[in-house]
Ligand binder design. Structure first.
Ligand code: KG4
Ligand code: ZN
Length: 346
């Protein structure tokens, strides 16, 4: 039986896996009727990172307001909805549970099915809001917690073909930013500084020549930190913009090289870049020009900045794929903090 039996095809989606409380209403796979995002980043900045307990408390305070605003902005009543989608992992357990509890209460009150969604699948399906996707598809997932190349032979099928062996790309940005005295999260600021600097430090490009699709960013991070500390001990002042540019040049070159290699090895029609680091201007520009030059028949989809960070609209877009397969959950749904895609066996 088809999942959608009502006049309109509407899903309400919830995202609370980390530090944004978000509720959205999506119609027909890709129409965002509302996408309310309440960020808590200011509360975490003074700690230099996310404090899980603080995150949970903020979600509790914000979630009902986000529900109300999302329905009001979409001009939709609960009776018109066909389901409630919610992120059930990966993420912070206490944060995930706030969204899941809200989803259960709302689903129970309005007799709606619950659609559990993987947060990383959500990041990929942010691209579906931009345009229809052609398969096979390769997704470069780059966020604060993840750096993965995911191969998708069809909608809803995810296989990891490469991943970071240590730090995630966003994590490396944030750690390096701390050494430069920048506010958390520092990816955006380093990106801006990089644009006025030069790659004078030539930091290492880890694993770039290795015949696999894995990544490593901890060596780059150490190299950066050692360079800064050595200079400090000698009383030498280094150019901060050049440091940012050199760091970003290394990250971007590795990400672009490995993504292109994978896109040539697998029969992909589409490349999607997803996750918070997909907002990076250097990455967007370089990948854009390389794909055009070396893979002109492949469509490259990088969502606009507002859909790169955590938001519920992307969860709603991914939920349509799950709904069509009737992948629903009952009130026993639990959070899975380390939820992951399978690694491809080769
Ligand atoms: O996907 P996301 O919003 O949250 C996670 O699920 O992790 O990603 C956040 C990460 C942070 O590490 C942040 O520093 C990074 O994305 N980020 C950037 C940029 N904007 C955000 N990294 C590099 N360049 C940017 N412009
Ligand atoms: Zn995320």
């Amino acid at each position: 039986m088809s999942f959608f039996t009502k006049e309109r095809r509407l899903i309400l989606a919830i995202e609370t896996s980390c530090d944004e409380t978000s509720v959205a209403v999506i119609e027909d796979e890709d129409k965002v009727l509302s996408n309310i995002v309440a960020s808590q980043i200011k509360s975490h900045q003074r700690f230099g990172g996310i404090v899980p307990e603080v995150a949970s408390r903020h979600h509790v305070e914000q979630i009902t307001i986000c529900f109300e605003e999302a329905l009001k902005e979409a001009n939709v009543t609960p009776e018109e909805l066909s389901g409630v989608a919610v992120t059930y992992g990966p993420g912070l357990v206490g944060a995930l549970l706030i969204g899941i509890s809200a989803a259960k209460a709302f689903a129970w009150a309005h007799q709606l099915p619950i659609i559990p969604v993987n947060h990383m699948a959500g990041h990929i399906y942010a691209a579906r809001i931009v345009q229809p996707l052609q398969f096979p598809l390769l997704a470069l997932l780059v966020s604060g917690g993840h750096t993965e190349l995911v191969y998708m032979s069809e909608d809803g099928s995810y296989e990891i073909i490469g991943e970071t062996r240590d730090d995630a790309a966003g994590e490396a940005y944030d750690k390096v930013g701390r050494v430069l005295g920048l506010k958390y999260p520092s990816g955006k600021e380093i990106d801006q500084m990089a644009h006025v600097g030069q790659d004078t430090f030539h930091f290492p490009r880890a694993m770039i020549h290795e015949d696999n699709f894995d990544f490593s960013f901890s060596g780059l991070k150490s190299s950066f930190i050692n360079t800064v500390h050595n200079a400090e001990q000698k009383g030498i002042e280094l150019n901060r913009e050049d440091l940012a540019c050199s760091f970003q040049a290394s990250v971007v070159e590795v990400l672009v090289t490995k993504t292109l290699r994978a896109a040539k090895d697998y029969p992909v029609k589409t490349i999607v870049v997803a996750g918070g680091v997909a907002a990076n201007q250097g990455l967007r520009e370089q990948l854009g020009s390389k794909v055009k030059e070396e893979l002109p028949d492949v469509q490259l989809v990088i969502p606009p900045l507002r859909l790169c960070g955590d938001n519920a609209a992307m969860i709603g877009a991914a939920a349509f794929i799950e709904a069509e397969k009737n992948h629903t959950a009952d009130l026993s749904l639990n959070a899975v903090p380390s939820l992951a895609f399978d690694r491809m066996k080769n």
